[in-house]
Design a protein around this ligand. Structure first.
Ligand SMILES: [Zn+2]
Ligand SMILES: [Zn+2]
Length: 290
């Protein structure tokens, strides 16, 4: 399942977030504008033959092997460069965006090989390579990742849509994205009984996943699966695994307006990352007896 949220949905989400949490007002309005840029971009040019017959085989899905390797996704990098140029112009117009614009300028001036390496480091979640590139470019790593995510967004979404078209994802029980293999940061609950979906931060694919099971380590012991909620934060909760020390930020779409827009919802739940990190610091994960 991968449907692109419309401009209207992005706008109403921006408005709802600003109302609920004014502290995010400025950043969410800025990000909403950048997301609109990604929607207005020309359609990405992807290879005609994506080899989906093999990639979508029932056998492959049942084995938990994603359709594409994170570093080997066929994406339109020319379009990504065009979008980065627009993002640079946007940053240059913001008083606090000058350094970001300079960092993006350096990225755009990089050789095609280096540009591909930076993109691959982002997609593969290679933190070390990301930090090295960020230092070279003079960008903070989270900012670098945000710009790359936005610049690659049209390609990633088009790829995910082609990959999932008419496909039943029920046989996919793994905790990582069936299309690009990325680990989720967000989950949502919807419908009767609150069925859980996990959301890919990169290609934005959503797939079903059992509620009482950690997607990162498969832990199914209820006493090791902690749920944290906070007053005044109705519809939001943290699902923390006491076995592996990882967590998901969960949006309950029975009380919050959807759809989940991963890049936006991830940024506007930053305070939940702090709560999760504090919890894990105060309740360190016990080493497992093997
Ligand atoms: Zn994905
Ligand atoms: Zn776990």
């Amino acid at each position: 399942m991968s449907t692109q949220p419309s401009l209207e949905q992005i706008k109403s989400k921006v408005a709802a977030t600003r109302k609920r949490n004014p502290a995010y007002g400025e950043v969410v309005a800025w990000l909403g504008g950048l997301l609109a840029l990604t929607l207005e971009a020309a359609p990405p040019r992807l290879p005609e033959d994506l080899g989906l017959a093999d990639r979508r085989s029932a056998e492959r899905l049942a084995a938990g092997r994603p359709m594409f390797e994170p570093g080997g996704l066929p994406l339109d990098l020319d379009l990504a460069r065009e979008l980065l140029t627009q993002l640079r112009e946007n940053a240059a117009q913001r008083p606090q965006g000058r350094e970001q614009a300079q960092g993006l300028e350096r990225l755009l001036a990089a050789s095609p090989e280096r540009f591909q390496e930076v993109v691959t480091a982002f997609l593969a979640g290679d933190r070390e390579a990301q930090a090295k590139a960020a230092e070279e470019l003079g960008l903070a790593p989270p900012v670098q990742n945000l710009f790359l995510r936005l610049a690659l967004r049209p390609s990633l979404l088009a790829l995910a849509q082609a990959a999932c078209e008419g496909l039943d994802l029920a046989p996919w029980t793994a905790g990582h994205c069936p299309v690009c293999g990325t680990s989720p940061r967000l989950a949502s609950l919807a419908g009767e009984g609150g069925k859980r979906s996990l959301h890919c931060p990169n290609c934005e694919t959503a797939w079903p996943h059992r509620r009482l099971c950690c997607p990162f380590c498969d832990n199914q012991e209820p006493e090791d699966l902690v749920v944290l909620t906070a007053e005044g934060q109705e519809g939001y909760r943290l699902d923390i695994c006491r076995r592996c020390g990882q967590y998901l930020k969960t949006l309950d779409l029975r009380s919050l307006a959807g759809p989940v827009i991963p890049v936006l919802d991830d940024l506007t739940t930053w305070h939940m990352d702090l709560v999760a990190e504090r919890y894990l610091e105060e309740n360190p994960v016990a080493p497992q007896a093997s």
